[in-house]
Design a protein around this ligand. Structure first.
Ligand code: MN
Length: 717
C-alpha cells in the first residue's frame, strides 16, 4: 500500500521547493471521509486514492492534480460536498474532482453509439481542464490493477470499456506506458487463457532471443561509435496486446511475428537522428513503406521519432525507432511532461503547439454527426502515406492510399486486371474492395470468364486501372452494338426482300462511305447505337442500285415496325441472334400499351426499351440513342398497365372498382390497398388491356363507380 510519504517524496523529486500543505491536508480529509470503508480486496478504501495520487505524482503532475487524486472519490462515495471541497482546497481542485465525479457517473453502454457519445462528454469535460482526464485515467489504471477482486461480469465490462475508451484516450494524450499497461491489463481480464498462453510464449522466445537482442544492440552501438555518435540503445519487447492484435489481424502465429522486440536508439540532436537513420539503412536493408518520419511531422499527441523496419542480421524484420532524449521523454510521458507542471508560467510558441491536438479533437467531435465516425477519427492516422504492397515474388508496387486488389492487378498487367476474379492478401482471400495496407503480399486470382464491370470504376483508385476498365467497357459495348446493328439491318433488309449477306459482300462498303462511315462495321455500330436507322441504310442501298440502273421492287418503305414483346408473344419481338439479352421490352416505369405514343431507347447491351413519350424518365436518356418505333396491331396480345384509383373511404370500394374493371373486359393481375389518413382510400391495380382505346374504356368504367374520386395511370421513376 502506498503511504502519503511516498507521494510527498515523489513530488519533491521533481519539485524540490514545493509546498505540499494542501496535499497533506487532502490526505487527512480523505482518510476522515473514507474512514471505515473497505475495498473489495479487503484493504482500507484510502489505499485507492493514495495509489491514484501516487500515479499522478509519478507523471510529475502539479499539486492540484495530486490533491484532486486524493479527493476524487470523496464526493461520490461519502458525505463530503463540492462546496466543502471548494472552501478547503480552492476552485481548481474542486473543479477537477467535480469533472472526475461526472465522468464516473456516466453509464457506459456496450453499443458503439453510446460509447462515442460518452467519449464526447468526456472530451468536453477534459476540454475545460485536461487534468480531469489525467486523474480519471490514473483512477482507471489503479482499478484495472486491482480488477481481480471484482465480480466476473463487472470485470468484463470494465476491461472492455478500458480497451475501447481509456486506452485510446491515454494514447491520444501520448502517455504510451499507460496505454500499454491498460491494454495488457484489459486483455488479461477479457481473454485470460489467450493472455497467459501468449505471455508464456513471448517470455520463452525472449529468453531464447536474449543473446540475439544483445548482439543487435552491440552491432548498433559499435556502428554509431564508428561515426562518433554517442547513443543509448534499447531493445524492448512489444506489449502482449499489440502482439495479440497483430496475430489476429494478420492471422499469423507467434513464430511468424519477427519484430517481437522494438529497438530504440536515443541520441542528442535531431541531426544525429537522421545521421543514425542513414547508418542503419546502410547496415541493413530497409523494408519499403515502413519508414515514418514523425520528427518533421509529429503525431497529434506530440509524439516525435523516426521509425523504420529493416531486414536484420539473420534475415528477420526488425523495427527500429530513432529519437532524441527529449522526444523519448515525451513519448513515454505525453504532453503532461511538458505542460502541466509548468502551469502558471508563460507559454512559449512551442508549447502552444501542444494545444493543437486538443483543438483538433474538439473540432472533430463538433463536426461529426455519426458517433462511429468520431471513433474512427480518434483512431485515425494523421499522416497517411503511400501504400506499398508486394507481389508473391517480392516485387514492390506503390499505390495511393485506398488502392484495392483491382489496382494491384492492373499494375501487374492489363490482362491480369481484365480477368481479375479475386485476391489473396497475406495468404487470405479478401474482397475486391479491400484496401491495401503497407507490406501486404498480394496474389491476384484470374479467371478467363471474369471480365470488368462498371462497378470496378467505383473500386479502382489508380488512373491506370480506371482508364483500362473504361477502355474495356467501351470495346465491349462496341461489340454488342455491332451485333445489334447487324441484326437490325438484316431484319430491315429482309423486310424489303433483299439478301443482307449478299449486301455485306457486295455493296456494303459503298453504302457505308456514302453515309460517311470509314468501315462497314462503323456503320453497323452506328445502327446499333441508334445514331442512324437501318432504314437509312436500305434507302442508301436502293439509291445506289437505282443509280446503277437496277430497280429493286420495293413497295412500302415505312419506319421500323417493331412490335414490343410480351410474355405471351416472345416470338414476335426483336430477338438478336445468339443474344438473348438483346431484345425489345416494355419499360416497367410507364408500362406502354398499343395506341400510346411511344419512343424506343437503345440501352447499352440490353436491347431496346419502349417508353411512353411522356414518361418522365426519357428526359434523362441520351438523345442519340432514341429510336422511332411504332406499334403493329395484334388483337390477341394483352399488355399490363398500372392504375391508381382514389375513392372515398367507404365499404365495398375495392369490390366495386374491381367489378368495373372486369366489366370493361380487362383482366386484373394485382390489386393493392393503401389507406390514407384523410377521408380517402387509395388502390393500385395492375390490369391487362389490349391498347389505349381499351384502357380508355376501363377508365370510364371505373369513373362511373360511385365514390371514385380520381383515376390515373401510374408512372414510376
Ligand atoms: Mn476511484
Amino acid at each position: 500500500m502506498i503511504r502519503i510519504n511516498d507521494i510527498l517524496d515523489q513530488i519533491h523529486s521533481y519539485m524540490p521547493d514545493a509546498d505540499t500543505t494542501m496535499v497533506e491536508k487532502a490526505y487527512v480529509y480523505s482518510a476522515k471521509v473514507h474512514a471505515g470503508q473497505k475495498r473489495l480486496s479487503g484493504e482500507p478504501y484510502l489505499s485507492h486514492p493514495l495509489a491514484v495520487a501516487f500515479i499522478l505524482a509519478q507523471q510529475r503532475l502539479d499539486l492540484a492534480s495530486i490533491t484532486a487524486g486524493l479527493l476524487h472519490d470523496s464526493v461520490e462515495d461519502t458525505l463530503a460536498t463540492m462546496e466543502e471541497l471548494e472552501d478547503m482546497f480552492g476552485k481548481d481542485v474542486a473543479r477537477i474532482v467535480d469533472g472526475v465525479t461526472k465522468i464516473s457517473q456516466i453509464e457506459f453502454q456496450s453499443k458503439i453509439q453510446k460509447q462515442a457519445e460518452n467519449i464526447r462528454k468526456m472530451i468536453l469535460a477534459m476540454s475545460k481542464d485536461i487534468r480531469v482526464l489525467l486523474v480519471k485515467l490514473a483512477d482507471r489504471l489503479h482499478n484495472m490493477r486491482t480488477l481481480q477482486y471484482q465480480k466476473e461480469y463487472k470485470r468484463i465490462k470494465i476491461a472492455r470499456e478500458t480497451l475501447d475508451i481509456y486506452a485510446p484516450l491515454a494514447s491520444r494524450l501520448g502517455i504510451d506506458w499507460m496505454k500499454r499497461e491498460l491494454e495488457d491489463l484489459a486483455f488479461s481480464f477479457l481473454y485470460p487463457e489467450e493472455y497467459n498462453e501468449l505471455k508464456q510464449e513471448v517470455e520463452t522466445r525472449l529468453g531464447e532471443r536474449k543473446a540475439y537482442v544483445e548482439e543487435v544492440k552491440e552491432i548498433i552501438s559499435k556502428k554509431m561509435a564508428e561515426f562518433s555518435l554517442s547513443c543509448r540503445v534499447l531493445g524492448r519487447p512489444k506489449h502482449i496486446y499489440s502482439i495479440f492484435r497483430k496475430m489476429r489481424r494478420q492471422n499469423v502465429t507467434i513464430d511468424e511475428i519477427y519484430d517481437l522486440i522494438a529497438f530504440r536508439i536515443i541520441l542528442k540532436s535531431v541531426t544525429e537522428c537522421y545521421e543514425a537513420l542513414g547508418i542503419i539503412h546502410s547496415l541493413w536493408k530497409p523494408v519499403p513503406g515502413r519508414f515514418k518520419d514523425y520528427i518533421s511531422l509529429p503525431k497529434a499527441n506530440m509524439y516525435q521519432s523516426l521509425h523504420t523496419t529493416v531486414i536484420g542480421p539473420y534475415g528477420e524484420r526488425m523495427e527500429i525507432q530513432i529519437r532524441t532524449e527529449e522526444m523519448d521523454k515525451t513519448a513515454s510521458e505525453g504532453i503532461a511532461a511538458h505542460w502541466l507542471y509548468k502551469e502558471g508560467r508563460i507559454i512559449s510558441k512551442d508549447q502552444a503547439r501542444q494545444f493543437d491536438w486538443l483543438k483538433r479533437l474538439m473540432e472533430w467531435q463538433k463536426e461529426l454527426e455519426d458517433p462511429r465516425e468520431f471513433l474512427e477519427s480518434v483512431r485515425m492516422d494523421l499522416f497517411p502515406d503511400e501504400v506499398y504492397a508486394l507481389t508473391p515474388n517480392g516485387e514492390i508496387k506503390e499505390f495511393p492510399v485506398g488502392a484495392t486488389p483491382i489496382d494491384f492487378a492492373y499494375a501487374i498487367h492489363t490482362e491480369v486486371g481484365h480477368h481479375c476474379a479475386g485476391a489473396k492478401v497475406n495468404g487470405k482471400m479478401v474482397p475486391l474492395k479491400y484496401q491495401l495496407q503497407n507490406g501486404d503480399v498480394v496474389q491476384i486470382i484470374t479467371s478467363k470468364h471474369h471480365v470488368p464491370s462498371r462497378d470496378w470504376l467505383k473500386i479502382a483508385k489508380t488512373s491506370k486501372a480506371r482508364a483500362r476498365i473504361r477502355q474495356w467497357i467501351k470495346t465491349e459495348e462496341r461489340g454488342k452494338s455491332l451485333a445489334l446493328g447487324k441484326d437490325l439491318c438484316s431484319r430491315e433488309f429482309k423486310k424489303h426482300r433483299i439478301n443482307f449477306n449478299d449486301f455485306i459482300k457486295t455493296d456494303a462498303e459503298k453504302v457505308a462511305s456514302g453515309l460517311s462511315f470509314k468501315t462497314v462495321d462503323d456503320m453497323l455500330i452506328a445502327v446499333g447505337y441508334g445514331k442512324i436507322s437501318p432504314l437509312q441504310v436500305v434507302k442508301r442501298y436502293l439509291k445506289i442500285k437505282h443509280e446503277e440502273g437496277v430497280d429493286l421492287k420495293d413497295t412500302d418503305i415505312v419506319d421500323i415496325q417493331s412490335r414490343p414483346k410480351t410474355r405471351k408473344t416472345s416470338k414476335e419481338g426483336i430477338l438478336i441472334h445468339g443474344h438473348d439479352d438483346i431484345m425489345i421490352h416494355l419499360a416497367k416505369c410507364c408500362m406502354p400499351v398499343p395506341g400510346d405514343e411511344v419512343v424506343g431507347y437503345i440501352t447499352r447491351g440490353r436491347g431496346v426499351t419502349i417508353h411512353r413519350e411522356n414518361c418522365p424518365n426519357i428526359a434523362a436518356l441520351e438523345p442519340d440513342r432514341k429510336v422511332e418505333v411504332a406499334w403493329t396491331t395484334d388483337k390477341d396480345v394483352n399488355y399490363p398497365v398500372k392504375l391508381n384509383v382514389i375513392t372515398a373511404d367507404q365499404k365495398g370500394m375495392l369490390a366495386a372498382v374491381s367489378n368495373a374493371i372486369s366489366a370493361a373486359e380487362a383482366n386484373i393481375l394485382e390489386a393493392n390497398v393503401v389507406t390514407t389518413p384523410d377521408q380517402s382510400a387509395h388502390f393500385t391495380f395492375v390490369a391487362e388491356v389490349r391498347d389505349s382505346a381499351h384502357l380508355k374504356k376501363v377508365f370510364s368504367g371505373i369513373k362511373q363507380v360511385g365514390g371514385v374520386m380520381r383515376v390515373s395511370r401510374q408512372t414510376s421513376r
